[in-house]
Design a protein around this ligand. Structure first.
Ligand code: N2P
Length: 614
């Protein structure tokens, strides 16, 4: 017969080409990530030679290790609970027929297709409603809730052909139900159960979305840690951690797949064991972690606002552990505190956010007797309108919003916000991912106050930002200075301190506060109303106001210090740095962002319109 055998026919060149492209599309980003994890250079733009350094660093980074430990704990607990429950459910559906079985079975599997973000938000609401404090328990409960469906699908499919007469025979021979389960049922369905367990483990260990909603302080998992590291700049260390996580999950999934395909348990155990070994290796290399300290202070602060060595000094002095979580916008901070149960002891809201938090009774009044170093704060930063008498907050850093640019690539000195709308720099512009700052730039550019509540001016600013969008390479409030340093963008809106640090690394960068004016921010330390260690929180806040400490914080982070006693301790080049301590005529052009009450909602709506590309 001249008929073609479908199965052996080779794909035509077109189909083959498309298939290859699809694989490239799928795997190119991962390959780049893996390659960069071996890159000696910090910058992703250039290859500095092969190194394993980043793996060594990641494996000895205490934050990475403790988040890995958390992830393993959560994933193990989730695996046991979800697999057991799913197996029980699958057996029940297999053995018994009851009304609405199809419907009920469908309901169990819905979470596999439901948007994860919906599940995440509803979990958070549920926990708030029943007053459950966010932490390990809430993460495990949520992970069980979404992995159970996957486990169910796997077990159910595999036992569909399970011969129930074997169980009946065992019972007839006098075995009790328990004996029957362990001697007959379980061995028969074991590969399916193991496959489900490995899948659950893999899903749990790399979940970000759900976890980010329901994790409280101290329960930072590895994916959350990776994300928080990304906020302070993508370092190859993150690429190394991600590569290890990827490798381990892929092996676990491979083992699950092999078991499902009916391969022998022994053979399948190999990838599973290697995967688990990769996850456990950092512990083996470093031995048990530092002895657990009893008291813990949970700090939630802007990224790039405190150096690990400063935190370590406080830990050593007080014999406590300080956990630091990071954020990049006041809105993120407010959302976290408003959801309740956040568990932080010290936070760092900007001026207008202090006002919002005080109005919502979310801050604890400060005990000034416990803050003797408050006197070091310069009078010009005390007793400001957003917090009269510093009853709820003390200034930590101040700074400005401006434009930094690469002098080699940008023609002539920049002096106006309009530069960020210049089509010559299309695709080379970065804007802060921050509603008030982006609108601030658009409003100032047209000569308006960045606190306007005039609907017409706001609509016009929105249109300007929409028109600017095609020129914008990225909206980024976390490591904008790195993006500039890497050469990906030539002009960036951003905050002074990080730009001042970038200027040290690359003398071709310049920082300017546009002539139309800009934002002055004063960021403050404060204590949430539900802080668990308010005394320690006071001690920490006071510590940051000691002259030496305040000087160190300013020296390492380059944001401006409101601490008068620290000024003389700063090196000359910082004291005279125009980006860190701008001259008086520049300061005059600056405005503090104010809380606009109900109008905030309008800013949020218009900003969403800009971002979603109206
Ligand atoms: C630090 C950002 C500066 C804070 N990453 C702006 N209020």
């Amino acid at each position: 017969m001249g008929g073609r055998d479908e199965r052996s026919a080779r794909p035509g060149p077109l189909l083959g080409g498309v298939a290859i492209l699809a694989y490239v599309f799928l795997y190119a980003p991962i390959l780049v990530l893996i390659a960069l994890s071996f890159n000696r250079s910090r910058l992703s733009a250039s290859w500095g030679g092969f190194t394993l350094d980043w793996y060594a660093r990641a494996a000895t980074n205490p934050a990475v290790l403790s988040s890995l430990r958390n992830s393993l704990t959560v994933a193990s607990a989730t695996t046991v609970i979800a697999t057991a429950a799913a197996t029980a459910a699958a057996l029940a559906f297999q053995r018994h027929s009851f009304r609405r079985r199809g419907l009920l079975e469908g309901l169990i599997t819905i979470p596999t297709v439901a948007p994860e973000i919906v599940l995440a938000a509803s979990m958070l609401l549920l926990f708030a409603a029943i007053g459950l404090r966010l932490g390990f328990l809430t993460i495990v409960l949520s992970h069980v809730a979404f992995t159970i469906s996957y486990a169910f699908v796997v077990v159910r499919a595999r036992i569909a052909g399970f011969d129930a007469s074997l169980e009946e025979a065992a019972m007839d021979l006098g075995a009790s139900p328990t004996q029957t389960f362990f001697k007959v049922t379980l061995p028969a369905i074991f590969p399916a159960v193991m496959a489900a367990a490995l899948l659950v483990f893999a899903l749990s260990i790399d979940d970000y979305v759900v976890t980010s909603f329901v994790a409280g302080v101290g329960a930072t998992t590895l994916p959350l840690q990776i994300y928080s590291m990304v906020k302070s700049g993508i370092s190859p260390e993150i690429n190394a951690v991600s590569t290890m996580l990827l490798f381990a999950t892929a092996l676990l999934l491979l083992a699950a797949f092999m078991l499902e395909q009916g391969r022998s348990a022994r053979l399948s155990a190999l990838p599973a064991l290697v995967g688990l070994a990769v996850l456990g290796a950092p512990f083996a290399m470093t031995g048990p972690g530092a002895p657990g300290r009893s008291r813990v202070l949970n700090v939630f602060i802007w990224s790039n606002y405190i150096a690990p060595e400063t935190v370590a000094k406080f830990e050593a002095r007080h014999g406590v552990k300080v956990r630091v979580d990071l954020y990049d916008s006041n809105e993120a901070l407010l959302a976290k505190l408003q959801a309740g149960n956040a568990g932080y002891d010290v936070i760092c809201p900007s001026d207008y956010s202090v006002q919002v938090l005080v109005a919502q009774k979310l801050l604890r009044p400060l005990d000034h007797a416990a803050l003797p170093h408050l006197r070091n704060i310069d009078a010009s930063f005390r007793d400001r309108g957003y917090d009269p008498g510093n009853r709820h907050s003390v200034p930590y850093f101040w700074g400005t919003t401006g434009i930094a640019y690469d002098r080699r690539r940008v023609a002539g000195p920049i002096d106006s916000w309009s530069a960020l709308w210049d089509p010559r720099y299309s695709g080379r512009i970065l804007m802060l991912d921050d509603a008030r700052e982006a609108f601030g730039a658009a409003l100032k550019r047209r000569g308006h106050s960045l606190n306007t509540t005039d609907a017409r001016l706001l609509a016009e600013a929105r249109d300007d930002l929409v028109a600017q969008k095609p020129l914008v390479r990225a909206y980024n409030s976390s490591n904008f200075e790195d993006v500039l340093l890497s050469g990906d963008v030539w002009l960036a809106q951003g905050w002074s301190g990080q730009f001042a640090r970038a200027m040290d690394q690359d003398p071709n960068l310049a920082y300017v506060i546009p002539k139309e004016g800009s934002t002055l921010f004063i960021d403050n330390l404060a204590i949430p109303i539900d802080a668990r260690s308010p005394e320690l929180a006071h001690a920490f806040i006071d510590f940051t106001m000691e002259p030496n400490v305040a000087a160190e914080i300013c020296r390492t982070m380059r944001y401006s210090s409101p601490n008068r006693a620290a000024w003389s301790l700063l090196p000359e080049e910082i004291r005279r740095h125009a980006a860190v301590f701008p001259p008086p005529d520049v300061l005059e052009r600056l405005e503090l962002i104010q809380d606009l009450g109900e109008v905030t909602v309008i800013y949020d709506r218009l900003w969403t319109e800009v971002k979603s590309g109206r």
